[in-house]
Design a protein around this ligand. Structure first.
Ligand code: ADP
Ligand code: MG
Length: 363
């Protein structure tokens, strides 16, 4: 039986490659799931649970675990609200969303004062416990962050457990001192996945997402290698789906190494152009220096010395630049020892020739 006949496709369930897909089995996160469940368990008895912070690098399963545990709580009758902070952004939007989740109704028009909205939420809750997940909470502006937590944590009207999710604890420093002193939380760390863990997580997707035997072992191995460098499962899912689409387009029955290479090159080129366009000339110069150095162990001090000589930069500005290059994921900064002191090393995330060529093509 030809599997590639008529409606030729290699995908059995393309949705498993969707970044928002909730996998039925969450692998290697038993500890975090159990910890979060234990923290929130009091909610089942109508007691306000303690607050929790899930913290770890991107793509380490934080969102997946939180949504999973919240779903379970909901099955047991606990009122929950899951909020993606980066899209909500304002205090009003956050509480409108909570209102919607709690009441199942369309939130009132903008212009309703916040305290009225809070009253209405409290009325619907009737003293029941509410578990609120603030996903990617670090994306909220300072005032919004403080207003929301203040309203949730301090209010006598609510019995609330807050589950904050963030890539670092940095946002805690942005809390007003008073709030900082009353907002206590239990911290659940989400470490990067190891190579073996990456492999198992992605293998499940390959088995459910593609028809049997479609992806060659070599191609799969290559995806795992690429992902294992930084543990970014989301990137792995992207590569798998793209490779599938590329293989289909050339009417192949197999997804081969060449398809993975094409998927990666396509992704790198798009992302690079986008990120390069976000840099000004000093920042591009710093990037060029970092990617032109021959040494393996580059310290921020090395790069600063060259930048100062060539462009004449203040130290503060230099650190801003380095930070921006890290945020755009051109580099990683890792602390290490050098001689007797501590120093920061700059780790390149790309092959030098890819970046240097992209900079040349750029301008
Ligand atoms: N332990 C896991 N088992 C199965 N899939 C996972 C696991 N961890 C992450 N993923 C998948 O990787 C992607 C990123 O996970 P996500 O929970 O969004 O990470 P984070 O919120 O930490 O950035 C999602 O598509 C998710 O389905
Ligand atoms: Mg997330």
């Amino acid at each position: 039986m030809e599997i590639l006949w008529g409606d030729e496709t290699l995908f059995r369930n393309e949705e498993v490659f969707d970044p928002d897909f909730l996998p039925p089995d969450i692998l290697h996160r038993d500890v975090q799931i159990a910890d979060l469940a234990a923290c929130l368990r009091p909610a089942l008895k109508g007691v306000a649970p303690g607050h929790v912070l899930c913290v770890g690098p991107p793509s380490t399963g934080k969102t997946t675990v939180v949504r999973h545990v919240l779903e379970k709580l909901e099955e047991y009758g606990v009122t929950v609200a899951y909020l993606r902070c980066p899209v909500l952004r304002t205090t009003y939007n956050v509480f409108a969303k909570i209102f919607e989740e709690v009441s199942g109704k369309v939130p009132p028009q903008k212009g309703v004062p916040l305290f009225k909205l809070l009253d209405e939420i409290a009325e619907f809750l009737e003293q029941q416990v509410l578990v609120v997940a603030l996903d990617d909470v670090n994306f909220l502006p300072n005032n919004v962050l403080n207003e929301i937590l203040m309203a949730l944590v301090k209010s006598a009207e609510f019995k609330v457990g807050v589950v904050a999710v963030a890539t670092s604890k940095g946002f805690v420093a942005r809390l007003d001192p008073y709030l900082g002193s009353i907002f206590h939380f239990h911290e659940i760390p989400f470490p990067l996945y190891t190579r073996r863990e990456v492999e198992e997580i992605l293998r499940w997707r390959v088995e459910y997402g593609f028809y049997l035997g479609v992806m060659t072992d070599d191609a799969f191995e290559m995806v795992v290698d690429l992902v294992a460098r930084n543990g970014d499962i989301r990137y792995g899912l992207y590569l798998l789906r793209r490779a599938g689409i590329i293989a289909e387009r050339r009417a192949s029955r197999k997804i081969d190494v060449e398809d993975v290479i094409a998927a990666r090159e396509g992704e790198e080129a798009t992302l690079l152009t986008k990120n390069l366009s976000a840099l000004n000339s000093d920042e591009r110069e710093a990037l060029k220096i970092i990617y032109s150095l021959d040494e393996e162990n580059i310290t921020t001090g090395d790069v600063y010395a060259i930048m100062r000589a060539e462009v004449g930069l203040y130290y503060e500005r230099f650190y801003e630049i380095i930070g921006k290059l890290e945020r755009l994921r051109f580099i990683d900064l890792v602390f290490g020892r050098k001689g007797r002191g501590k120093t920061r090393y700059v780790v390149r995330r790309y092959e030098p020739k890819i970046i240097l060529e992209a900079i040349r093509n750029y301008g």
